[in-house]
Write a protein that binds this ligand. Structure first.
Ligand code: FAD
Ligand code: 2HG
Ligand code: ZN
Length: 498
């Protein structure tokens, strides 16, 4: 059934003024305000546009805002007061965590006020028996892991941006990452949230209960909402026991077709100790080497490899786990038609880190090579290579595969989750390349009934492509939910919904 479109009643948003600045100065100390606006008595600001640049530009330097004001509150109450004022004055706000998002969601589209959570960075509580961690939204993912280490726990989420991204940003993007295969999605491990709603109300759902079936589970709406429904200020999450033994190996494969049978075999043989199964093609590996991500593998090991898989094991007994991994490697190498050419097994913590650094450094390598068009898609595993090859051929047929236009078309990602990162590395972001890629890539994804965003979100990049993955009824109900929470449309305007 076709639903009638619920029109947004929201009038155009207003720009923040010197009056607003004066009001925020009553809520926050000057050290928590960055603004280029003059004061009420017209004294020019000493803050420069350059100082606001890190908050206006995204990690890829692809999306650019023009905010004149960045607020860095220290408490939930401060966030609530700021948001209440912005709602009353119809000023758009952009919640910002570590600003590592890859779809332009974390920077303004115009001159909205940026509310950056970095000053909310305290652990509120941790219970080593239940493993329940309650933390401010601005805690950096890596810092939370450092906090948990002496308690023999880890955050059940890991990604290459761990040194900068914040737990509130992770929840708001429903980040997937490198170990979703083992720990599942944040929809399962987040137990509760504290959220400042667009009218300034504090929604306290910071439950520390593993089981709680008391009606609608509102927190799920904010997981993956990309800051369009409210500002997450606190997170309660179930930390996982730290594994007692970990190991990893990079397997070099002669051809992509071997990835699927390899995954089946690895799952069967490693079973409960398998914690990651990550794929990257040869072309992106070469970029990682070129840009010094991790230590290059020996030339002999990479010769003839079309692609690679990083397998990680995490378990409770080193001897047992190593025996299992060694048996797998022997089995793989000794079979009549080996699925792999070779395997590079880490022998100590430094080598373990170095192998991971290759995989985790791919995004950085691609960025160093050029400007990346990123398509973070869910498709059937067997189509990974076909999508990369088809896209490359399409760009070639358009005459765009040349050094001054598209330099590389590469694929990597989370095989275990059916998530491919198709990256098109260009000399510059140009309308011509974008027109060649879109809707081409989205139609390809549609053909496989896949998702146009497996884990990075919609942000501003994919609002026009949402319909490839969600039908009209779904989009309409998303819009109704948005209007219910945020009738004036102040919360991260221009993001997620078309
Ligand atoms: P930001 O980038 O600041 O914000 C992202 C979105 O969340 C924005 O829409 C913003 O408005 C909103 N937001 C942020 N904080 C809040 C809050 N407190 N309340 C409400 N809304 C908020 N992503 C993956 O899923 N898997 C990966 O493996 C992965 N690897 C990456 C590796 C690198 C090198 C880089 C640069 C990025 C990677 N990402 C990955 C993308 C990114 O790191 C994640 O999306 C991350 O969760 C974003 O967190 P953040 O704190 O940087 O959020
Ligand atoms: C990863 O898996 C991240 O490394 C980033 O999700 C993907 O760079 C990308 O496209
Ligand atoms: Zn990823």
């Amino acid at each position: 059934r076709r639903l009638s479109h619920v029109p947004s009643n929201a009038p155009a948003l207003k720009s923040a003024t010197s009056e607003d600045l004066a009001h925020f100065s009553k809520i926050l100390p000057q050290t928590c305000i960055l603004s280029t606006l003059p004061s009420l008595n017209n004294t020019p600001s000493t803050t420069t546009i350059e100082e606001l640049a890190p908050f206006n530009n995204d990690w890829m330097n692809k999306y650019h805002g023009k905010s004149e004001m960045v607020l860095r509150p220290r408490t939930t109450e401060e966030v609530a007061q700021i948001v209440k004022w912005c709602n009353e004055k119809r000023i758009g706000v952009v919640p910002q965590g570590g600003n590592t998002g890859l779809v332009g969601g974390s920077v303004p589209t115009k001159n909205e006020v940026v509310i950056n959570l970095a000053n909310m960075n305290k652990v509120r509580s941790f219970d080593p028996v239940s493993g329940i961690l309650v933390a401010d939204a601005g805690c950096i993912l890596e810092s939370l892991n450092e906090y948990l280490a002496p308690h023999n726990h880890i955050v059940p989420l890991d990604l290459g941006a761990k040194g900068s991204c914040q737990i509130g940003g992770n929840v708001s993007t429903n980040a997937g990452g490198l170990r979703l295969l083992r720990y599942g999605s944040l929809h399962g491990s987040v137990l509760g949230l504290e959220v400042v709603l667009p009218d300034g109300t504090i929604l306290n759902q910071l439950s520390s209960l593993r089981k709680d079936n008391t009606g609608y589970d509102l927190k799920q709406l904010f997981i993956g909402a990309e800051g369009t429904l409210g500002i997450v200020t606190g997170v309660s999450i179930l930390a996982a026991p730290a594994p007692q033994a970990t190991s990893n190996v990079i397997l070099a494969l002669p051809k992509f077709d071997n990835v699927l049978p390899l995954f089946t075999k690895v799952k069967r043989q490693l079973s409960e100790i398998l914690s990651a199964f990550e794929f990257f093609d040869r072309e992106v590996y070469d970029l990682a080497v070129k840009h010094n991500q991790g230590r290059a593998l020996n030339a002999d090991d990479v010769e003839g490899a079309e692609c690679f898989v990083l397998v990680e094991t995490s378990g409770g007994n080193r001897e047992h786990d190593e025996a299992k991994l060694n048996a797998l490697l022997e089995n793989l190498l000794e079979s009549d038609e080996p699925l792999i050419n070779t395997g590079v097994l880490s022998q100590n913590p430094a080598q373990f880190a170095s192998l991971w650094a290759i995989r985790e450094g791919l995004t950085e390598a691609v960025s160093k090579e050029g400007k990346a068009y990123k398509y973070d898609i869910s498709i059937p595993l067997k189509a990974f290579k076909e999508v990369v090859d088809t896209t490359r051929e399409h760009l070639r047929s358009q005459g765009l595969l040349r050094h001054d236009a598209v330099k590389n078309v590469v694929g990597y990602g989370h095989v275990g989750d059916g998530n491919l990162h198709l990256n098109i590395v260009a000399a510059a972001y140009t309308p011509e390349i974008e027109a060649a890629l879109e809707p081409f890539v989205y139609e390809l994804v549609g053909k496989y009934k896949g998702s146009v965003s497996a884990e990075h979100g919609i942000g501003v990049m994919k609002t026009h492509a949402l319909h490839y993955s969600k039908d009209e009824v779904n989009i309409e109900w998303m819009r109704r939910i948005k209007n219910l929470f945020d009738p004036h449309g102040i919360m991260n305007p221009g993001k997620v919904l078309p």
